[in-house]
Design a protein around this ligand. Structure first.
Ligand code: PXG
Length: 309
């Protein structure tokens, strides 16, 4: 039999079939925890420093003290990839409040649970065309920034899940959520951009978005291409009348939106700027300086310092 994948669980590596957490873990009972979805391309973990920083910001915002330093966490991610001999992978890094009792009070949870899953995942990027999806505007509103804000990458994804179910039932590929004011926020698990008359815009953080790492990198990429990205309030009207719409995220990478609520966007395929950004993004993720190398050194600390800002 093939060897089982190894999962990092609270400082140890355990076989996938034996990697389990308590039914009293508040991550499970209450969605009380945080996570990161990270990707490795060609032996380098894309923007790992940014993901680790965001994880620690999420932890701070929910008053969760992580049981390890950023350097140790970085080391654990790299070691998980090495143990599983992975070069192109999807990494799920999860920290829960830990084991407690059946009350919601987190003060009874003494020790956070930390686990890291790494699975092989090939990129959809390349010289070919971007993937194309059809989306609908969901009736489910994005959680407000003073509620279960998606600025926290928490284990509470019910908001996105309900929107995704609605999209599935309507035969759409994904849902676009509006914020409490009615402005466009983001898709279920990716950020959104639109192009109108050669200008690119994207909802600002006030719209309850996750501060996407792909979003931030794509904004810089656009600047490098000489196209400024405006972070602003985007209305559903702006979306439907855009020349191009695309989604970005760790899992999605760069995906073109062909239609919104059945209305064709542009020609109904990937527009010129979307293709350009997809192609540049495809090349960029392969550059070692965009990430943290998995195999060159055993020291997470030294490695993490090498990712360019
Ligand atoms: N918004 C939300 C709500 C997200 O969950 C993004 C934007 C994109 O962020 P990054 O940092 O990845 O560029 C996400 C991404 C999945 C999956 O299976 C993705 C995410 C969470 C859970 C699952 O695609 N987060």
């Amino acid at each position: 039999m093939d060897k089982e994948p190894l999962i990092y669980l609270d400082g140890r590596f355990v076989e996938k079939s034996k990697a389990s957490v308590s039914v009293f873990d508040h991550g499970l009972l209450y969605g009380d925890g945080i996570f990161e979805g990270v990707r490795a391309y060609n032996g380098s973990v894309f923007r790992l420093v940014d993901h680790i920083d965001r994880l620690y910001d999420s932890a701070k915002s929910i008053h969760l003290t992580l049981p390890m330093t950023k350097e140790e966490m970085t080391g654990a991610v790299l070691e998980t990839l090495r143990k599983n001999r992975l070069k192109d992978a999807y990494i799920r890094l999860v920290v829960t409040r830990g084991r407690g009792d059946l009350g919601v009070d987190p003060s009874l949870c003494k020790e956070p649970t930390v686990f890291i899953i790494a699975e092989p995942m090939a990129s959809n990027l390349g010289p070919k065309e971007p993937r194309v999806v059809r989306v609908m505007v969901s009736s489910v509103r994005r959680d407000a920034v003073d509620a279960t804000s998606h600025e926290i990458k928490s284990l509470n994804y019910m908001n996105s899940i309900l929107a995704k179910i609605e999209a599935n039932n309507a035969g759409a590929d994904d849902a676009i959520l509006l914020d409490h004011r009615g402005f466009v926020s983001e898709a279920s698990v990716s950020n959104i951009f639109l192009v109108k008359k050669g200008r690119i815009s994207t909802p600002s953080s006030g719209a309850g978005i996750l501060h996407g790492i792909t979003r931030a990198r794509v904004i810089r990429l656009c600047l490098d291409l000489g196209v400024e990205v405006q972070e602003r309030d985007v209305t559903p009207f702006d979306l439907v009348t855009a020349d191009e719409v695309f989604l970005v995220g760790t899992k999605a990478e760069v995906v073109a939106v062909a239609s919104v609520n059945g209305s064709k966007i542009g020609q109904g395929g990937a527009g010129l700027l979307t293709r350009r950004i997809y192609q540049e993004f495809s090349k960029m993720v392969q550059r070692p300086e965009e990430g943290t190398p998995i195999y060159e050194s055993e020291s997470g600390q030294r490695l993490s310092a090498r990712q360019k800002a």
